[in-house]
Design a protein around this ligand. Sequence first.
Ligand code: FPP
Length: 230
Amino acid sequence: MKISTYPTHIAFIMDGNRRWAVKHGFNKLYGHEKGAEALADIIETLTKYPQIRYASFFAFSTENWNRGKEEIDAIFELIRKTFDDRLEELKSYNVKFVCMGDISPFPDDLKNMLLKVLDSCKNNTGLTVNLAINYGGKSDIVRAVNKALESGKKQITEQDIEENLYSYPAPPIDLVVRTSGEMRISNFMLFQLAYSELYFPKVCWPAFDEKQLLKALKIYSKRNRRFGGN
Ligand code: FPP
């Protein structure tokens, strides 16, 4: 089947890393390692589809601080390792990284690395990758409202909010994919998801590859989007 319509903005809730590891007889943390590889591979694959301009990924939620220290440290280490291993290659595909969320509570070396990464690709014009790290959808909206109020306006509009979200200037999300069969949004990009198409494949994130991506794109292409109209 030919894909007739591509999402301009696709988003991923990367779920099921630990379940994938347990199912395959590995240590749970190995699931995150494979998940980080899958993330870098999917970003690279997405650059083959120039119609897709923005990709957002839920990498660390504000609720993920409730996990054990060992797991949190392992995820931080994976962020460092993934950029060490894959940043140059992804930059060669003109990828631009943006962070969504409050990185201020992160260890200094990680924070500095992230700031350097963002700065090093800020002029790239290809796929924009929004990484949600220490991110919550409700706090994204509250922060945007407060920023919009700083202009002195007494009343703000939807557009004012949109223009102050972490993901701006990305347009609303066309398609969100949550892996592992869970059917929840879990406080991810609530404003940007208002009219998104939702897709919940059973596959766990570490196994989400180009074949799975193509399936998602084909399913999206067949959806009839009405945005509340006829
Ligand atoms: C969800 O699976 C996954 C996470 C909470 C962490 C995802 C993090 C990465 C893939 C690494 C990020 C790397 C970079 C470069 C940003 P889960 O642990 O909830 O799995 P489960 O549902 O099977 O328990």
